[in-house]
Structures are given as C-alpha cells and as structure tokens.
Design a protein around this ligand. Structure first.
Ligand SMILES: Nc1ncnc2c1ncn2[C@@H]1O[C@H](COP(=O)(O)OP(=O)(O)OP(=O)(O)O)[C@@H](O)[C@H]1O
Length: 313
C-alpha cells in the first residue's frame, strides 16, 4: 500500500433502501493534499464523508484510511477528525468549555491540549467565553474546526466548512487548512462554493448520482474542459462585437449571467481562438479593459460533466 495515501477507496458502494448513494467509488487522497468533493445535491458527498468519519459503514468495497482498513465499528478511525451536517456542540457551554469537554472525552489534559491556540487559529479568541447557543452558523463551523484541530488529526474531513462564513472567518479557515496541509495532514472537504474549492484545493472529485464524473488535479480539469464563455469590456463595444463575430472559433453569445450590460461582449471560445480575438482587437486599436470567464473553469466543467452523466443515465 502507498504510505502517502491518507485515503484509498476502491469500489465503495452504499445504499439506503433502494437509493444507491455511492456506486463503486474509487478515490485516492495523498497526505498533505486538500481535496475538494463537489457535486449536485444528493450526489453522495455527505455519505462518502460519513464513511471516512466512521459514521456509517460501506455495503461493499475496500476503504483504507491512514493506511488501515476501515472495519465495521461506527467510530472515527484513529487520526481522523471532522464533521458532517454541522459540528456537534453543547449549546449551553461556552466555546472554551466545549473544547475542554471534548478534550476530557478524548482523555487529553485540558490545560495542555492547546485550547487557546486552536481558538486563536479559527479567530474565536474574543468570544471564547460566550455560550455556543448564541453563535452564528459561521461561528459554530469555526468552533467545530477548532474541536477537530484539538485532536491533531492526520486526516481532516469537513462537510461544507465554508457555510455561513464571513470574509474574516473564511480567511481564518482557509489559513488553518492550508497550514495543516503544508504540515502533511490530508484534508477532504465538500463544498458548493466553486471559488472556495479553486482557492483551496489542488485536487477535486466531482460526484454525480453516486458516481465519479472526474477525479484529479484542478488544472487537468481546466485543460480537459471544452469551450468557456468569456466577458470582455472594450473601448468600442460595437466594433468589438463585429470583430468577434468575424473571428474563426468565436461565437458571440448573450450574457449568460443576465447582466444585460450593453458595454460587455460575451463570447464562447476555446483559449486559442480567444487569444486570436485579443490580438485582433489590439490591431484594430480597440482597447481591452477587462477579460474574465463568465463562470469559473471548475464551475463550467462541473456543469458539463454532471449534465453529461445525468443524460447518459
Ligand atoms: N440516512 C439516509 N437515509 C435514506 N437516504 C439517504 C440517507 N442519507 C443519504 N440518503 C440519500 O442518499 C443520496 C446521497 O445523499 P448525500 O446526503 O450523500 O448527498 P450530498 O451530495 O451530500 O447532497 P447535498 O449537496 O444536498 O448535501 C441522496 O439520494 C439521499 O437522499
């Protein structure tokens, strides 16, 4: 077995009655990698994360976590921490007391366990003595992450960790995850926020109806991607539109995000044709003020792959 693998899954299947939540999943996640799990509602993300956390057992297949096969016991495997469906907290206890309770449940010495340190890492020092009952969703998520950090995991499993986070909270959480990964911890997280996945993850798995539509490096996904829509702002929108319509490999389309802004030009193209258009604009003395994909390459690939898979069913 490859010792760098935090997760090795082969042929994992999980059903709930007639519903096949996971249908023969193969997945490798190496230590020190932040791996994003994305997919439409009901794709099987939470089910997969639950198996990693020992909250449920697969019906079929082989799942190795941190080098050891997962047995049939419903318990978090040694070295694994995280949460699905929001962290479990005691509402009547303060943030600090929640962590102390967890430390004592885990047999850790509360004073030596680094409670202040993990509260600081997630940015909750100022509310450490406030009751969790009054915490917002984002604060609860951050406290859940602090609880996971307390156990010094070698694999961190998080379901939608960005839910409810404000920009400051997001900065803390992203910083913590990046630091953990740099220290060698494997991180698997699900998200519906493609921008978060793109900012954090080096590899991504796209699930659709319990099957893997893509798994691998983000840049491979972008390279495999077909045409994307790009939005261009130029000094002469009318002339730019005419030139685009006259450029091979470029299709002028309506603004897919409905920004109905007459100044913008939206084109569908592969990168080489887009390059050609930019060169032609410059030669025609039309200044290019802004050029950006209408949706990110991950989002576009995600939509294309999941539609493809759903159509083939
Ligand atoms: N405990 C359960 N009992 C019955 N069906 C379940 C159970 N848990 C999940 N399912 C079903 O399994 C499928 C996968 O659900 P899962 O929650 O893993 O999807 P998800 O990708 O996490 O979705 P979302 O993005 O909405 O959170 C769905 O069809 C869901 O209805």
């Amino acid at each position: 077995m490859d010792e760098r693998l935090a997760i090795r899954a082969r042929g994992i299947t999980k059903c709930f009655g007639d519903v096949v939540a996971l249908d023969g999943i193969d997945l490798d996640v190496v230590q020190g990698q932040i791996h994003g799990l994305v997919g439409p509602n009901g794709a099987g993300k939470t089910t997969l994360l639950g198996l990693l956390l020992g909250l449920a057992v697969a019906d079929d297949g082989q799942l190795d976590v941190l080098g050891a096969p997962i047995g049939r016991a419903l318990a978090a495997p040694e070295g694994v921490a995280g949460f699905v469906d929001g962290p479990g907290l005691y509402p009547s206890l303060t943030a600090r007391q929640n962590l102390a309770a967890l430390a004592s449940l885990r047999g850790l010495d509360a004073r030596a366990s680094g409670i202040d340190d993990v509260l600081g890492q997630v940015g909750l020092t100022d509310v450490a003595d406030d009751r969790a009952r009054g915490f917002s969703l984002g604060m609860r998520q951050r406290l859940g992450l602090a609880a996971a950090l307390l156990t010094k995991p070698r694999l961190l499993v998080l379901d939608e960790p960005s839910n409810g986070l404000d920009p400051a909270g997001k900065k803390h959480v992203h910083g913590v995850l990046a630091r953990l990964a740099a220290e060698g911890t494997g991180v698997v997280l699900s998200s519906h926020r493609m921008d978060d996945v793109e900012a954090l993850c080096s590899e991504v798995t796209i699930l659709a109806t319990g099957r893997i539509a893509f798994s691998g490096p983000l840049n491979k996904l972008a390279a495999e991607n077909s045409e994307l829509d790009y939005r261009l702002l130029t000094s002469d929108p009318q002339a730019a539109r005419r030139l685009a319509a006259d450029t091979s490999g470029i299709r002028v389309v309506d603004d897919a995000v409905g920004r109905h802004d007459t100044e913008a030009l939206v084109v569908r193209a592969l990168v080489p044709a887009l390059d050609e258009l930019v060169v032609r604009l410059v030669h025609a003395d039309i200044a290019l003020r802004e050029l950006s994909p209408v949706v990110s390459p991950l989002e576009a690939a995600f939509l294309a792959l999941t539609e493809q898979q759903e159509n083939s069913r």
